[in-house]
Write a protein that binds this ligand. Structure first.
Ligand SMILES: O=C[C@H](O)COP(=O)(O)O
Length: 249
């Protein structure tokens, strides 16, 4: 059985005070669920967030990390720093990192290798841009993103990988992929992994959908066979919306 996951990526939102308040509300309202619930606050609030959720099942995860062990990388964060404060999962490859911070497939491949070497679980994000979909190139782009960043991994490494398919045109735009478009791409991703590795590995990996998931559309998207949960941006910033999305899985 694949893990069901609802993860909230808070991006560059929420001060420490707001982080404490949102986590207190989420912990108090968290429904009974089989899904893993994760939140990714900004770096400076991670350690406090880990404390905040100590008595709940919410997992605090990181939005990014560097591929080096340590050194002269001003402004960056290492895997060991995350592990030391009790973080076990890191998002890598978010489209905003790719678009605004120049993160290439090559850089992302290094980050994934380092994270796995340190025993961190990786939520790996990828997805096509609007032009790719308009020119019917979206399957090629997604396949090449997977291949370039992940297909150098040994088969056993896949047990620590979660995928998040996020079509860039659906992120923060209010426009979402239809449940059918999400299912079509998730099935394609699974087949691409099965072709490169094995059906067992492809069937075991959780594939989340991200891009304007809201309480109103979550249930239908999550009902699709190959959609194992969501990576939620804007709607993760309000406790009631995030709880409603967790309830929808
Ligand atoms: O990491 C989350 C995604 O970028 C989705 O963001 P969004 O739900 O605001 O569209």
């Amino acid at each position: 059985m694949r893990a069901k996951i609802v993860a909230g990526n808070w991006k560059m939102n929420k001060t420490l005070t707001e982080t404490n308040a949102l986590l207190a509300e989420l912990s108090g309202k968290l429904p009974d669920t089989d899904a893993e619930v994760m939140v990714a606050p900004t770096y400076v609030n991670l350690a406090a967030a880990v404390e905040d959720v100590k008595s709940s099942t919410i997992q605090v995860i990181a939005q990014n990390m560097h591929f080096a062990d340590n050194g002269a990388y001003t402004g960056e964060i290492s895997a060991d720093m995350l592990l030391d404060i009790g973080i076990n999962t890191v998002i890598i490859g978010h489209s905003e990192r790719r678009a605004y911070f120049g993160e290439t497939d090559e850089i992302l491949a290094k980050k994934v290798i380092k994270a796995l070497e340190k025993n961190l679980r990786v939520v790996f994000c990828f997805g096509e841009e609007l032009e790719d979909r308009k020119s019917d190139n979206h399957f090629n782009i997604v396949a090449s993103q997977l291949k370039n960043a992940l297909f150098n991994l040994k088969p056993e490494a896949w047990s620590n990988i979660v995928l998040a398919y996020e079509p860039v045109w659906a992120i923060g735009t209010g426009e979402t992929a239809s449940p059918e478009q999400a299912q079509e791409m998730h099935a394609f991703i699974r087949k691409t992994i099965a072709d490169e590795y094995t059906t067992e590995i492809a069937e075991a990996v959780s594939i989340l959908y991200g891009g304007s998931v809201k309480p109103a559309n979550a249930r239908e998207i999550f009902s699709k066979a190959d959609v194992d949960g969501g990576l939620i941006g804007g709607a993760a910033l309000k406790a009631d919306d995030f709880i409603a999305i967790i309830d929808a899985i």
